[in-house]
Design a protein. Structure first.
Length: 453
């Protein structure tokens, strides 16, 4: 295997872990396919937007990927996800070829394969970060990795047709590459930064900043060399911006204009439909909070949603443990922005996670790799907590930042020994088992309920 692709080689000691992870992720994806099978696998001349958008309901996650694989259009918000529609195009061609010949929509299966691949390697990269970069023993690295994938919205990320699992795959791979370079005293190469930035930012624009930070922490002052700033920063950023402008002009604007024309024509003919649209728009505005401005990126901000309640109920609440009330409901379809847990032990589990996370940050704050992770966390905190982007459903973005939690906990594990280490391991085992059983049981309950068509 060439050095470029050697990172994807599954090592002998990782094979059992990889097989177990594969089995879990396949089962989770099978659950989601089971819920929507029949309706989502219909072929023929259908309105795929109506089929997927009107029926897919898993928290705030979108079904754009299913729609795009069924009938390709640039549905993603182009200035937030500039490459994502193009990355899905080859999979659309495959599904389109199958649709023509079999009149059966394979989008759910194709997406499941993409998600399982991304999830398995995210699992392996997380394990390698803890074992190879932070030098934890295999048991501790496995334990913290399993706990991470037991978090509610990490588990969901591995099975829903949104972009977050792809982002998690690229971000954990970047952390592993940067951490390995730091340990070996080697530089992260410009071509690596170019490729990682182009695709990571292409999926979610804000994550591109994390790639530059990773190279800066790995390379130090060499990051600011003219050649690297040109080829590793300026050129990929310019290419991505050019793609965004082209995509918006050629695909997005015509699509929006057609959609608005159809909507207005139907509203003129059907006054009842027009009232429903207006009511839904007003309900949507009531859940999004007050914005800084209605123009540009500022239209996605939120200055009115309470920050501290978001921190306790959603960021360290729903992100890690599902609420049994309003289970996996979308805030735009009946779920309140804030939901309380029904049981005291959920708050105990949350407190333990937060306490270990804070202690780990304090113990590891002088470590360069920990500082890199915290710089990434600062980006997400600035976007979601300060500016309020997506704050009303911030838990769906968990895959962009929650890997910092097991990384921080690793420094607690590294500091302890003897009976204290044994006690911590017992605590972490109990926490991981509880989170997995609790979240998995609720996911299973939701997915096993028949779909109301």
């Amino acid at each position: 295997m060439t050095p470029v692709f050697s990172i994807f080689k599954i090592k002998r000691q990782e094979r059992i872990l990889a097989l177990l992870a594969l089995a879990v992720f396949v089962f989770l994806n099978a659950l989601l396919i089971y819920k929507y099978y029949g309706l989502f696998t219909r072929g023929g001349n259908l309105g795929f937007w109506s089929v997927f958008w009107n029926h897919f309901r898993v928290s705030g996650f979108d079904s754009y990927t299913y729609i795009i694989l069924s009938k390709w259009e640039a549905y993603y918000v182009v200035y937030r996800h500039p490459l994502l529609a193009f990355m899905m195009y080859p999979f659309y061609l495959l599904n389109h070829w199958l649709l023509i010949r079999m009149e059966y929509n394979y989008a759910v299966f194709i997406v499941a394969v993409i998600l399982v691949f991304s999830a398995v390697y995210s699992f392996l990269f997380m394990y390698r970060i803890l074992h190879e970069v932070l030098k934890l023993k295999r048991f501790d690295a496995t334990l913290l990795t399993v706990m991470f994938f037991s978090f509610a919205y990490i588990m969901l990320t591995t099975m829903v047709p949104d972009h977050f699992c792809l982002s998690m795959f690229l971000l954990t791979m970047t952390l592993y590459i940067a951490g390995t370079k730091m340990n070996n005293g080697r530089r992260m190469k410009t071509w690596q930064s170019f490729i990682l930035f182009f695709f990571t930012a292409g999926i979610t624009l804000s994550n591109g900043l994390k790639i530059w930070l990773a190279q800066w922490f790995a390379n130090g002052r060499d990051f600011f060399r003219l050649r690297n700033l040109l080829m590793g920063v300026a050129v990929p950023a310019a290419l991505l911006w050019g793609v965004s402008i082209y995509e918006n002009a050629v695909f997005v604007k015509p699509l929006q204009e057609r959609g608005q024309k159809i909507l207005k024509e139907r509203e003129k003919k059907d006054t009842v439909f027009a009232k429903k649209v207006n009511a839904r728009n007003e309900a949507f505005k009531s859940k999004t909070g007050e914005t800084i401005s209605d123009k540009g990126f500022m239209k996605w901000t939120d200055v009115s949603t309470p920050r501290m309640q978001s921190l306790s109920d959603n960021i360290f609440g729903e992100s890690l443990q599902l609420h049994d009330k309003y289970l996996l409901r979308d805030i735009h379809y009946g779920r309140p922005v804030f939901v309380k847990y029904s049981h005291w032990y959920n708050y105990v589990a949350e407190a333990v996670v937060v306490l270990l996370f804070v202690i780990g940050v304090l113990l590891g704050c002088r470590n360069r790799f920990m500082l890199l992770c915290l710089s990434w966390l600062a980006i997400d905190a600035g976007i979601h907590f300060v500016l309020g982007f997506g704050l009303n459903e911030v838990y769906i973005m968990t895959a962009h930042w929650a890997f910092v939690i097991p990384v921080a906990m690793a420094f607690v594990v590294k500091r302890l020994s003897g009976r204290w280490l044994l006690a911590l391991r017992i605590l972490l085992v109990c926490l991981a088992v509880f989170l997995f059983v609790y979240n998995f049981s609720l996911v299973f309950e939701y997915m096993s309920k028949p779909l109301i068509k």
